[in-house]
Design a binder for this molecule. Structure first.
Ligand SMILES: [Zn+2]
Length: 374
């Protein structure tokens, strides 16, 4: 084996050890050696080097009835952190995530971003205040991922199309100059899908994530990585026609799924307040019951279309994800009736990452990258 090969095997094993520790809350040296099929001396060598760099630490002992108690090893979660900024037409959310992918802190506030310097500076001030309030040294920050409801370039630096935001294509370039860490742009649905994948055991699976908020977006995640398509605009499920000649969509076409499956289909009747809609439903509002029935029927058409193309798990996320949990049985029934093949609809599930999924996903891409690089 050449010197170079030895180096790369060494690096490869070190990375495997770190990734395994990162994927667990706590793990013992013996478990690492057994799971990765490494000798104990090799495992010890890797653990020592990771410990010296401050990437891992001992974290108590495991209970054991016989012999010495094994020491538990964990990663040092805030060795590096990443931030996510989700920009929607009238709000911003900021999330700070550690190497475990856990949210350390978050803030959500009303903010209408404009295409002018004063607006960018106000946005920068929000990011800086957030960093200050968390006593984070900017050198610790891997990057700021910016999630937008739109299509971004392959290099994650340019906005190709974000009709609901007045931001220029080169917003990232302008904004990045304010900070010492890198910034990248992401599609909001891809971010939310990444966060969902991170939280769940979907290993070796493909999932279709439906972002059902005031707009409808989506992501197809193959082993956790969004499938981009030729133009980085795959999984635009909201603009699949489900009602030919139907109502006019924001995209200019008629009958898109977005009109019939977005949260606005329901919350449009309660001053854009989804909570009020479901509260009314709980007290037996029959008009709303009929609306929900229609909504679930529309949604089942979209889900079936997605499943017919991809034959994979379909995860319902966005604002609606939380509320749809209790109707999951009904949705499964509707999609199974619609499906050409025998299915119990069990491939449909509600999201589990409900909180600030888009902002978190934007931060997670840096965490993922960092873990790969150790
Ligand atoms: Zn449309």
């Amino acid at each position: 084996m050449t010197q170079e090969n030895r180096q790369s095997v060494k690096q490869y094993n070190r990375n495997r050890v770190f990734r395994l520790i990162a994927s667990r809350q706590r793990i013992s040296k013996q478990e690492i050696a057994a799971e990765l099929n490494l000798s104990l001396p090799t495992t010890t060598q890797n653990l020592n080097s990771l410990k010296e760099e401050g990437l891992i630490s001992e974290n108590g002992t495991f209970d054991s009835q016989i012999g010495r108690k094994a020491r538990a090893i964990s990663i040092v979660p805030n060795y590096r952190v990443a931030m996510g900024l989700d920009i929607t037409p009238h709000h911003i959310s900021l999330v700070l995530a550690d190497l475990n992918g856990s949210i350390i802190d978050h803030v959500r506030k009303k903010f209408t971003v404009g295409a002018n310097e004063a607006s960018y500076i106000a946005l920068r001030d929000n990011v800086e205040a957030f960093v200050r309030q968390n006593h984070i040294n900017p050198a610790q920050i891997l990057g700021l991922g910016i999630s937008v409801p739109g299509i971004v370039s392959f290099d994650k630096k340019e906005i190709i199309n974000a009709a609901t935001l007045p931001l220029p294509a080169n917003f990232c370039e302008i904004f990045e100059k304010y900070f010492s860490f890198p910034c990248h742009m992401f599609n909001d649905a891809s971010c939310a899908g990444i966060a969902e994948f991170w939280r769940n055991d979907y290993e070796n699976e493909t999932i279709a994530y439906l972002l059902l908020s005031n707009t409808v977006g989506g992501a197809i995640l193959v082993d956790g990585v969004p499938y981009a398509g030729r133009n980085n605009r795959s999984a635009e499920f909201g603009h699949i026609t489900i009602e030919p000649g139907g109502r006019r969509c924001s995209c200019g076409k008629q009958g898109c799924a977005e009109i019939y499956c977005s949260a606005l289909f329901l919350s449009g009747h309660t001053d854009n307040n989804l909570e009020t809609f479901f509260r009314e439903l709980d007290v037996g509002n029959q008009e709303y019951e009929a609306l929900l029935k229609e909504y679930l029927r529309n949604l089942s058409i979209l889900i079936n279309d997605v499943n017919m193309c991809l034959d994979c798990q379909v995860v319902l996320g966005g604002y609606m994800g939380t509320y749809l949990k209790r109707y999951i049985g009904e949705i499964r029934q509707l999609v199974s009736e619609r499906c050409t093949f025998a299915t119990d609809g069990g491939y449909v599930r509600a999201c589990t990452c409900e909180f600030e999924a888009a902002a978190l996903g934007a931060a997670l891409s840096y965490i993922e990258e960092f873990i790969k690089s150790v």
